[in-house]
Design a protein around this ligand. Structure first.
Ligand code: GAL
Length: 684
């Protein structure tokens, strides 16, 4: 594996360049304008297969040679795509069986992008032939900095239900369960007469009459993620063999718009983790969803710096209403990612297309040209990133962690659960947002990651839990963490089988609660919280819960911090706390109101002794620190639009001014500051 740390001693600024959409003279104009904007990297060739191999086995590299040479000569490093994301139209004609089949059995045609079956041997063979050619040709090019395998794996072809996929799925199941007895047991097939006697009868979960087998569905989701990963690894291994010194990545999509791959299995296979993030205009507080995506990406990168491969300069084109970014938002969004560990700030795309499905997508260089607001803001951002060069390689500091898990998402969002009103991501975001409002920076980690060393550990609806994770969570509490576990957690094992003996299954002993029955609330109904006897968080009393309640009791030695005062679970505990070792394990049996969450999180932040910026930090002002040795960079970003007086000591790399408690920095409404300080100086 390539080990060189990339991108080195500066922050890179750039994005997707699609020169194949333009003539050669445009490339020269592009490079000139990129230099004005301060672009230092470009991703090229993502959708280049049809031009690189216009006919099967006939390759044309001259256009790409020029692009790579010209970028290199201009000092812009190249992230070269393997171009395998979208095969040309001839591929479907030659290999019709490699076109994906949907759940209803409909075989899809080319005409959009990413039209291939992840289990197709023909796709694999053709893709690797192209990758080998590219690696041979560009592997030694001095402008090549990074390989970019495919693009956003699974974005459009996550699942294929064809016969070849069925065979591949059966092989995957054999590897996992060895024989049919193991499979039947894991899938609970005695239920509804689903028992398998022959492997050939085991199929992908194609369209069926009623609720499908949930254990089979969960394994299918895992398989789909692994099938794409298998293809990624084939390309990556080939690249490593031919160009052992060039790092390899593929762009993840951690965020609201895609939940199809288990990136905890993908991340260890990346030389450097990269992510694409787009704002969801329909989401309340889209900027905190951005922050959560970045915090999870940093968790995937093991705390190391990562690449923001794509985000949008302004509007996208694929949502029902595509809002243009507000003035100043480009910097706020980009710096929110940098604060959370991105060392590379990438955009889709450099120059706006005039034809094709994305012609209304914003670009750094939009249809209006360089005289636009977006281009001016891009140029300003380029200059700020240059001044922030020393931030590269530093690590974001977080004493809190939030556990995020794809199998729990897939399993809780399935059919036939206690309430379809519960969506995993909503519960996770409710907690993340409360932590964000409180100013507690948190790592987004996986259940199998190292959970030790955090002062606050939050597990929102962590539904699918292994024995190992249950033990690690208990150990974290024992060692001093405030551990918070919310409803529907610990309920099933990895096979999606219920853990017996009361809810929340894997965590009942740690929490000292034993719930007997889920009692969800009707749409719009709320349950009021009353005192549970413990005066620990009085602000919770009279607050409300939505979506979920539970009937059960707390064991002796467990404090009932709040109980349900009305609704279907009147008298049962709603929020509990149990001292364990030098920490505590908390249970929250409902979706707390925003105010309730804020009250509880404020209390937890106090018990965990977390740094939240400064005492009078206005809500909506994001404060995140990156550190390296004795140096600290404190990112202060005003999302509330009211500005702030920042009493921190240091030098703001954005305004290039000194500041400190006696001369606080006046952060403009919607502004960004990056305050550099060195321990032992600037009053620290
Ligand atoms: C990404 C993709 C880009 C472009 C962009 C538009 O999902 O990687 O190629 O389509 O979205 O927002």
């Amino acid at each position: 594996m390539a080990t060189s740390r990339w991108p080195g001693d500066r922050l890179l600024f750039g994005g997707d360049l699609n020169p194949e959409q333009w003539g050669p003279e445009t490339l020269e104009q592009d490079i000139e304008a990129m230099q004005v904007a301060g672009f230092t990297f470009a991703t090229v060739g993502v959708f280049g297969w049809a031009l690189l191999e216009p006919r099967p086995g006939t390759y044309e590299f001259a256009w790409l040679d020029r692009v790579v040479d010209r970028l290199h000569a201009a000092g812009i490093v190249v992230d070269l795509a393997t171009a395998t994301a979208s095969p040309p139209p001839w591929f479907g004609r030659l290999h019709p069986e490699a076109m994906p089949v949907d759940r209803q059995g409909l075989r899809l045609s080319h005409g959009s992008r990413q039209t291939w079956c992840p289990s197709s041997p023909d796709y694999r063979r053709r893709a690797l032939q192209l990758v080998e050619r590219l690696a041979d040709r560009y592997g030694d090019h001095p402008g090549l900095a990074l390989w970019h395998v495919g693009n956003e794996f699974g974005c459009h072809n996550l699942m294929c239900f064809c016969d070849r996929s069925a065979e591949h799925f059966r092989q995957w199941l054999r590897d996992r369960y060895v024989d049919l007895e193991g499979l039947n047991e894991a899938w609970g097939t005695t239920f509804w007469s689903q028992r398998y006697g022959e492997w050939v009868d085991v199929l992908p979960p194609r369209a069926t009459t009623a609720i499908p087998n949930p254990s089979a569905e969960l394994d299918w989701r895992r398989f789909c993620s692994d099938a794409h990963l298998e293809h990624y690894l084939a390309e990556r291994d080939l690249l490593h063999r031919i160009c052992p010194d060039t790092p390899v990545t593929t762009n993840f999509m951690v965020g609201f718009s895609f939940t199809g791959l288990d990136y905890h299995r993908w991340a260890p296979e990346q030389d450097i983790v990269s992510n694409d993030h787009y704002l969801g205009h329909h989401l309340p507080h889209a900027h905190t969803e951005l922050a959560m995506s970045a915090d999870i990406t940093r968790g995937l990168a093991g705390g190391e710096p990562w690449i923001l491969m794509e985000h949008s300069p302004s509007a996208v084109n694929w949502q029902p209403v595509n809002l243009a970014k507000e003035p100043g938002q480009m910097a706020r969004d980009a710096m929110s990612h940098v604060a959370r560990g991105a060392d590379v700030v990438g955009y889709f795309q450099w120059r706006a297309s005039t034809a094709g499905a994305e012609k209304y997508h914003s670009a750094m260089l939009g249809h209006a040209g360089t005289g636009s607001r977006v281009f001016a803001e891009a140029t300003e951002l380029g200059a700020v990133l240059r001044r922030c060069a020393p931030v590269a390689g530093s690590r974001t500091e977080a004493k809190a962690a939030l556990v995020y898990d794809w199998p729990s998402l897939w399993s809780t969002d399935a059919e036939a659960t206690p309430t379809q009103e519960h969506r995993y991501t909503d519960e996770v975001r409710a907690w993340y947002d409360a932590l964000w409002r409180a100013g507690a920076t948190c790592d987004g980690v996986g259940p199998e990651d190292d959970l030790s060393g955090y002062s606050l550990l939050v597990l929102p609806s962590l539904h699918v839990v292994s024995e190992r994770t249950a033990a690690a969570v208990a150990a974290a509490a024992q060692a001093g963490a405030q551990v918070v576990i919310t409803y529907f957690s610990g309920t099933v094992d990895e096979r999606d089988h219920i853990r017996l003996g009361g809810y929340p299954g894997a965590f009942t002993d740690l929490l000292g609660v034993r719930m007997e029955e889920f009692a969800p609330l009707w749409v719009g109904q709320v349950a009021t919280l009353g005192t549970g006897g413990s005066p620990r968080v009085p602000a919770l009393h009279d607050e409300t819960g939505r979506i979920w309640t539970e009937r059960g009791h707390a064991e002796t030695g467990t404090e009932v911090v709040a109980s349900f005062a009305d609704g279907p679970s009147t008298g049962s505990p709603a929020v509990t706390r149990r001292q364990t070792g030098s920490g505590a394990a908390w249970y929250v049996a409902t979706r707390l109101s925003e105010r309730g969450l804020d009250a509880l999180v404020a209390h937890l932040v106090g018990e965990a002794d977390l740094d939240t910026g400064w005492p009078e930090r206005p809500v909506g002002v994001d404060v995140v620190r990156r550190r390296s040795g004795q140096q600290t960079w404190t990112f202060v970003i005003d999302h509330a639009g009211a500005g702030a007086r920042v009493p921190l000591a240091g030098t703001d790399l954005v305004s290039e001014r000194h500041c400190g408690p006696t001369e606080p920095l006046a952060l403009a409404p919607g502004g960004v500051a990056v305050i550099h300080s060195v321990t032992g100086r600037n009053g620290e």
